[in-house]
Design a protein around this ligand. Structure first.
Ligand SMILES: [Zn+2]
Length: 399
């Protein structure tokens, strides 16, 4: 039996499945075909929720006596955009000048292809690790992410699955393989501030209450002063106002309502709850200021609406896990990866509730772009890094 030891062949098989969220596109079947010969038992639960498309997911486990390592990722991909702008078709896995083209090449079918090749080589070499390896693969990372990783984790945990560590194969390297391991992520929260004023004639402001003046006060209060100067492991907390909406077509009318929407990325000096309290406090203080609203006796009349679920900040403090991965990157590439908590959120934010988690994958430069592609040399290098990491992590055993 031929084992899936070649990451290039694995990736080609996956790219040829047009698995744009929410379509499975044959990608999970392709994975199952690779994993079964390696001794994995494979399950493919489908999750549903009203108002969102049903999503098929995959959980595969190769059981052994010893610790349990979970690889997490997603086979769904973002849409191709303007297909005619692609140099090579997005689902053909064509190779040119040492690179494979295709949607998902780096985000993140490539990472999955390399991890499977790494396990296959390990199985080939020494009959697999002394412990359990599982793959937790969702088809709903790029979409609403409702029927994906969160439910898959709950489903597996309810069956008694327990993990000692997890690695997420998202593309973490900005420029070259070996640049960066992610060991945590900032939290994220979004909200809208709606200011209620009183409509009127622009020439008689004393008879109206311009909500734009109130909103300027509140936005000013949100932006100043800085929240913090950063912590040992994290960048400074930052708030961005992402939209200001009044929707008033008339130049001589003071509008009745004005809204601002913001997103805040916060570090480990805060929790979602303390940052929410800080925002409330800042708005209450700013509402009383008269800078933009001279002559008004009442504070700005506003409502604050939180949007979506907050993403919680986390930092992985498992030194053995971080060292095993850092050491493997160094041994294979000769480079010392930065340990970073930068960037957006990822599914690691859900996994961290079950076990320590780190993230390392391919170079992310072309992700979500036309002509997404990966160097074949990078696929080989990442496979070697993953194999070394698997061997080292199981070698270390549990603390
Ligand atoms: Zn991704």
């Amino acid at each position: 039996m031929t084992l899936p030891t070649d990451p290039v062949a694995n990736l080609a098989a996956l790219i040829r499945c047009a698995s744009v969220t929410p379509a499975e596109g044959g990608a999970l079947s392709a994975l199952e075909d690779m994993l079964k010969p390696l001794g994995f038992s494979v399950e493919r639960p489908v999750f549903s929720e009203a108002g969102t498309p049903d999503i098929e997911n995959l959980y595969a486990r190769r059981s052994g006596n010893g610790p349990h390592l979970m690889f997490a990722g997603h086979t769904d991909v973002v849409p191709v955009g303007d297909e005619s702008s692609w140099t090579h078709p997005p689902f053909a896995a064509e190779i040119a000048k040492g690179e494979m083209f295709g949607r998902g090449a780096v985000d993140m079918k490539g990472g999955i292809a390399c991890f499977i090749a790494a396990v296959a080589r390990h199985v080939d070499k020494m009959d697999g690790p002394k412990g359990s390896v599982s793959l937790l693969i969702t088809g709903d990372e790029e979409g609403p992410a409702i029927n994906g990783t969160t439910k898959l984790l709950e489903w597996a945990a309810a069956k008694g699955e327990k993990w000692d560590a997890s690695i997420v194969g998202e593309p973490t390297n900005p420029e070259a393989l070996g640049d960066m391991i992610k060991i945590g992520r900032r939290g994220s929260l979004s909200g809208s501030v709606i200011v209620n004023g009183r409509q009127g004639h622009a020439a008689y402001p004393q008879l109206a209450d311009n909500p734009v003046r109130g909103l300027v006060s509140l936005v000013d209060g949100l932006l100043h002063p800085v929240f913090d100067k950063g912590t040992t492991d994290f960048q400074p907390t930052n708030l961005e106002v992402t939209s200001i909406d009044v929707g008033n077509p008339a130049t001589n009318v003071i509008p009745a309502k004005a809204t601002a929407t913001f997103n805040i990325r916060f570090n480990d000096a805060w929790t979602a709850e303390t940052i929410q309290a800080e925002i409330h406090n800042r708005l209450d203080q700013a509402a009383k200021r008269k800078k933009y609203r001279t002559g008004k006796k009442t504070p700005v009349d506003y409502e604050l609406v939180w949007r979506d679920r907050p993403s919680h900040v986390f930092l992985t403090r498992d030194d053995r896990l971080v060292e095993a991965l850092t050491g493997s990157v160094k041994a294979v590439t000769g480079r010392t990866p930065a340990l970073s908590t930068s960037g957006g959120t990822s599914d690691a934010r859900f996994i961290k509730d079950y076990c320590p988690v780190v993230e390392f994958g391919l170079v992310g430069k072309t992700m979500h772009m036309v002509d997404e592609r990966v160097a074949l040399a990078d696929l080989e290098t990442l496979t070697q890094i993953y194999q070394r990491f698997i061997e080292d992590w199981f070698e270390r055993g549990l603390p």
